[in-house]
Design a protein around this ligand. Structure first.
Ligand code: TXA
Ligand code: MG
Length: 343
């Protein structure tokens, strides 16, 4: 067991020293906390997979502090990508590029000829990378399968004793992971929706990108709830509730013998009586607040202490930031909607 040390933002030089020695240090970003290791140190990168319990064929993001640092590894940066870098770096847009052969180890790339690059909008972490002098691999700093961490405490809960330290710079601003855009294919393709929206990317490029934009209002039949398609999954079953379904959902919850967790803007429930077995985690109003609190709420209701078998969570329209929010929520719920339970 390692002693996991908490570093304040003014202690990044010490944290960088640990990284140079091949140790693992979690770092804050504006999206979620990342688990850092020297991307050029094969042994250190291997330990990231071990610490997270992550399947070794899932490639890691390369976190950099400057375009020049990324250029050491990227084969060629297309002019469209330069425009996006100018607009969104540092920020919540991760881009996938073809890399110079052999410039990154197989452990980082999962054997692919491409890698994903990200420059976070978090001065503390940019200073950490500068001080380390090397790019850092930066997967989310959670145990594989659990919601991504949005506070240093979440990281500590998952990885205490497995990593050397955590740089604590308070709760993250956005709450869900970055947008991933594949720039290694002929037409840029969104691989994961995030805080930088499809609309914002298209405005910069002046062209349409490939994105999954047909989710709006659509209800997919759950394939195998609670089975292998689940990510971001707490112990209880997550159920997505549409804005006009709260009255019915609270009645349904009341009929349950066990405790039910609810994640919603509390003011939406003003007209309702909250049953005694229901506990509300208040989202505050609007999609920005809901996105900020999604993973924190799922973690709040997770685990033995709460004994919550069901978590009812507010659905939002799948546009703008709502596309990123619903992407994570659908995974967490295994696509289970309240309207499906009712039938
Ligand atoms: O906001 C974020 O992106 C956070 C913070 C910590 O920076 N990081 C993050 O990393 O979410 P991770 O590893 O949890 O998710 C990265 C995703 C994975 O699903 C991985 O499969 C994908 O990026 N990925 C990595 N390299 C790739 C590549 N060359 N091509 C396609 N997908 C890639
Ligand atoms: Mg992750």
């Amino acid at each position: 067991m390692l002693m996991t040390k908490i570093y304040q933002p003014d202690e990044v030089d010490q944290a960088a020293q640990e990284l140079r020695l091949g140790e693992l240090i979690a770092f804050p970003t504006e999206t979620v906390y990342g688990l850092g290791a020297d991307a050029t140190n094969e042994q250190a990168v291997k330990r990231v997979y071990l610490a997270k319990g992550r399947p070794s064929d899932n490639p890691l993001i390369v976190t950099i502090s400057s375009v020049a640092m990324a250029e050491q590894y990227i084969a060629e940066i297309p002019s469209a990508a330069r425009k996006l870098m100018a607009k969104f770096w540092p920020g919540s847009l991760t881009m996938v590029f073809k890399i110079k052969p052999g410039s990154l180890s197989k452990t980082v790339t999962g054997g692919l000829k491409t890698a994903a690059f990200r420059m976070p909008q978090e001065p503390t972490t940019l200073r950490l990378i500068e001080a380390a002098g090397v790019p850092l691999v930066g997967p989310s700093a959670n145990t594989s399968g659990k919601p991504s961490p949005t506070t240093a405490q979440h990281v500590f809960n998952d990885l205490e004793g497995r990593i050397a330290g955590i740089v604590d710079d308070g709760p993250t601003k956005v709450g869900v992971e970055s947008t991933i855009l594949d720039m290694s294919v002929p037409v840029p393709t969104i691989l994961r929706p995030g805080a930088v929206t499809v609309e914002e990317i298209e405005a910069v490029l002046g062209m349409e990108v490939v994105a999954d934009r047909h989710h709006v209002g659509q209800k997919e039949v759950p394939k195998a709830p609670g089975m292998k398609y689940k990510h971001y999954a707490p112990a209880g079953q997550v159920v997505i509730v549409a804005p006009d379904q709260w009255e019915a959902a609270l009645k349904w919850a009341q009929a349950k013998a066990e405790k039910v967790g609810v994640m919603v803007d509390q003011s939406l429930l003003d007209q309702q009586t909250i049953p005694a077995n229901v506990e509300v985690f208040d989202y505050g109003s609007g999609i920005t607040n809901a996105t900020h609190k999604l993973f924190a709420g799922l973690r709040y209701f997770d685990g033995q202490a709460k004994k919550v078998n069901w978590i009812l969570v507010a659905g939002y329209p799948e546009e703008g930031l709502g596309a990123a929010y619903m992407n994570r929520l659908r995974k967490s719920a295994g696509n289970v909607f309240f309207s499906d339970l009712e039938d």
